[in-house]
Design a protein around this ligand. Structure first.
Ligand SMILES: [Zn+2]
Length: 438
């Protein structure tokens, strides 16, 4: 989830046309992961009792929204202090247009719905060397686990209110925040302002620095953002271990673990719209938007290791641009007998799709970053392919990874957990039977 939408100019994704020299992801030095399937068939499957479908739904980045619905003109800016349940000391300033609050109450009776956050807390806000405050895990956290859920200080439209331009939103924000309880107002002003004097007020800089996407909200297509007390403290990494999400019914932000996090480890998210950028592109965007130089584990690589990381991320970008094409290749591969070609005779462009997917997954694991638009198509094909190849251990491994990532991105395992527990009962298990070439 990209941060800092307030008053920011939406940016086009970086073009990759200048990298056309690389046609396909290069093979990793060792494309076999710990759970890479054996290249041989196992014993025939027993008759499944109940056939399960392997999930095909995919998490996708939400498409960019227009500023307003076509023909929609906001005419009334309203403010509401949202009542608190589990955090009585916190007050949420919800800035909305027209009848948005009534629409939310009709859609979710009793809105905003009550919520809970892990107790005792799994995180604490603490000084981090050189970057001010940040979040640190206070105990071991499992992949997919919800780390914290909270109502934010402010939820507001990301772009311009009314017709008066940017000055309107500065004045409106200042006016609304001045009405907050003193302790909440102090909390807002204690957040970091990485914009310096680039914006006309300290508050505008703070909100722009700390905003996360919010919504969607009914009858309103523009982007909303929010500023939270704890989750807005999460620092950036190019291999983040957590992902923030917004829940409209409860008007809360939550933070979910993308992989296991150990007690004492910093909890990080990405501020970038595309973390698959190469090193110099990531640094440029972070300097322009947030005024800092990233010193994460990936950005600290030098020499050949940095070049390898950049190539790996570029290979994932290319793979992500060909999801539909690779789905077609996969279907053709299965129909053709799911033949695994010998690795030592292959050029990268000759890879069977199964090997390409195992390579892509290996890259995501070595980079410790699972691209949101890519991990599920890749894992879905690997689960199906390993089912066709009757490799139960590998199906369990890849389906468990998919379940953890689904939990982190959507709060639900999407059916992957059941697949991990019952590989032989899926519709792809031993799909080709004796017809598969051995
Ligand atoms: Zn970095």
């Amino acid at each position: 989830m990209r941060r800092g939408f307030l008053l920011s100019t939406p940016r086009e994704p970086r073009k990759t046309a200048n990298h056309t020299a690389v046609a396909e992801p290069a093979p990793a030095a060792d494309t076999k992961t710990a759970a890479a399937p054996e290249r041989k068939s196992s014993q025939p499957a027993t008759s499944p009792v109940k056939i399960m479908l392997i999930p095909t739904a995919r998490y996708r980045r939400p498409p960019p929204l227009p500023q307003y619905l076509s023909g929609y003109q906001p005419y009334a800016v309203r403010r509401a202090d949202v009542p608190k349940t589990t955090q009585p000391e916190l007050q949420t300033m919800f800035i909305s247009y027209n009848n948005m609050q009534e629409d939310l109450s009709a859609l979710y009776p009793g809105w905003p719905l009550s919520f809970s956050s892990p107790s005792p807390a799994m995180h604490q806000v603490t000084p981090i060397g050189g970057t001010g405050l940040g979040l640190v895990a206070t105990r071991d956290i499992a992949a997919g686990e919800t780390i914290v859920r909270e109502r934010p200080y402010i939820v507001q439209p990301a772009y311009i209110m009314g017709s008066g331009g940017a000055e309107d939103i500065y004045r409106t924000l200042e006016g609304f925040v001045s009405l907050m309880k003193p302790e909440n107002r102090r909390g807002v002003y204690a957040l970091r302002n990485s914009k310096g004097s680039a914006l006309p007020t300290e508050l505008a800089g703070i909100v722009d620095t700390n905003s996360q996407e919010a919504g969607p909200f009914p009858n309103y297509a523009a982007q909303y953002t929010g500023v939270a007390r704890d989750i807005s403290r999460a620092n950036h990494s190019c291999n983040p271990n957590a992902h923030p999400a917004f829940d409209t019914p409860t008007l809360t932000y939550s933070l979910h673990a993308l992989r296991p996090i150990r007690a004492g480890e910093e909890i990080t998210i990405t501020y970038l719209g595309n973390t698959l950028y190469q090193h110099h592109e990531r640094q440029q965007e972070l300097r322009e938007l947030y005024g800092f130089t990233c010193t994460c584990k990936i950005c600290c690589l030098t020499g050949p290791e940095r070049r390898q990381s950049d190539m790996a991320r570029f290979a994932l970008q290319l793979h992500g641009q060909k999801i539909a094409e690779h789905d077609a290749r996969f279907a053709k591969w299965v129909l053709g007998g799911a033949e695994l070609l010998p690795l030592d005779t292959l050029e990268p462009h000759d890879f069977d799709i199964f090997t390409l997917d195992t390579t892509s997954w290996s890259i995501m694991e070595s980079e410790e970053y699972c691209e949101p638009s890519l991990w599920e198509p890749v894992l879905a094909r690997l689960v199906k392919g390993c089912s066709v190849l009757e490799d139960e251990k590998a199906v369990r491994f890849y389906a468990t990874k998919a379940a953890e990532l689904r939990m982190a991105y959507t709060g639900s395992d999407g059916g992957w957990r059941a697949v991990a527990e019952n590989p032989r009962q899926t519709d792809w298990w031993a799909k080709l039977g004796d017809k598969r070439k051995k």
